[in-house]
Design a protein around this ligand. Sequence first.
Ligand code: SAM
Length: 439
Amino acid sequence: MKRYVIETWGCQMNVHDSEKMAGILRRCGYEEAPSVAEADLVLLNTCSVREKAAAKVFSRLGALRRLKRARPSMLLGVCGCVAQVEGETIFRRAPWVDLVMGPRNLAHLGDLLEQARRDGRSLSLARDDDPLVFPSGTAARAQGPRAYVTVMEGCNKHCAFCIVPSTRGREVYRSAEEIVAEAGELAAGGYPEIELLGQNVNSWHHGEDDFAALLHRVDRLPGVRRLRFTTSHPGHLSRRIMEAMRDLPSVCNHLHLPAQSGSDRVLGRMRRGYTRERYLAKIRFLRAAVPDMAFSTDLIVGFPGETEADFQATLDLVSEVCFAQVYAFCYSPRPGTEAARAGDPIPQEEQAERLQRLFALQETLQRRANEHLVGRTLEVLVDGPSRLDGDVPKGRTRCNRIVHLPADLPAGTRFLEARIVRAHPHSLTGEPGPATTAA
Ligand code: SAM
């Protein structure tokens, strides 16, 4: 039997694309290899949101070259957004690569591998007018309580900094019937938590249905105890969606809502399509409507032309919202984007210094927010061992906090009520009350 390894960079969308690729490979007779040294096929599923991510892929390809020299029959492929952006250039820069496949082409992975074996190389990049196939029911999913379900692909936004619309193409929506059928099967098959995925997930619509209607339909499925969705665009966070979050029992009290900046001037230049006040009004509505509502966000620091006052407005936004988590990065110019053409860059040292100030503020706020949870009893869904200590089980609250649990937690515990006994900046420690469900 042939064996594969898939290495994944990037967000949940990429993680789930890798699950779909693994499913296709298993149907082609492959099984997973424990390491690249034992693999007949190595696929790098890549992300190109920031320049560094792409540079890391070429450095990884450099490291894999030795392996390919030692075992020329091993196939090596680059998939995902770096493949879509770089295309043929990958074969020129790393001629030992056999396959280059864009993110919209993954349903054809089996054929592309055949072609690479037969012809020595295969290249498949999507064009915008290509029909998108959602490979349904093929994903080889990770063990654990959470299952991802794709609801849409692509992005129709024109954010000045972002390369995604050109790598993943225009928005295409899966039908509600397909989504509901897949989510229902997963919930019945032992995944109590469903996470709906899309680059712009809350812009989903199909026929008469909007995203709120989809949430209602998935919420009603037997076995769905937790429902999440990512990534939401603030501009598409309608009153109906927020009311669904308030009213539907399975929808979790956590929302990832990328703000990108707290300055109206920068938001305008980024072409985000909302103001700071409109963003905050949505946060206020949900905080008032949903008990213990938690938010996380993405922020870009040092966008071209960002002044100290603009950056201060971002720090003020962070203080005002008190996010449970912040994913912040220095601005990275991406080819073909409006911001990369515009110039007016902020010196890198200044960007890095601002990023450190943002992280320092967030760490203080995050620790404080976590400390507020000490003494509370929260539902935790156990999802595996801690990353740092394999003997320590961990799970997540409905508000998406990581909770570390005692090592002697009865095997098979899934849901439990945990009393929070300690707070850390990035996690909590809990002690179990009665386990409510064992697998
Ligand atoms: N749909 C999401 C939204 O509302 O913007 C964006 C998803 S994007 C793939 C993930 C995150 O990467 C963005 O939210 C943004 O913070 C970050 N990002 C995208 N382009 C970037 C760039 N050129 N430089 C730095 N960070 C960037």
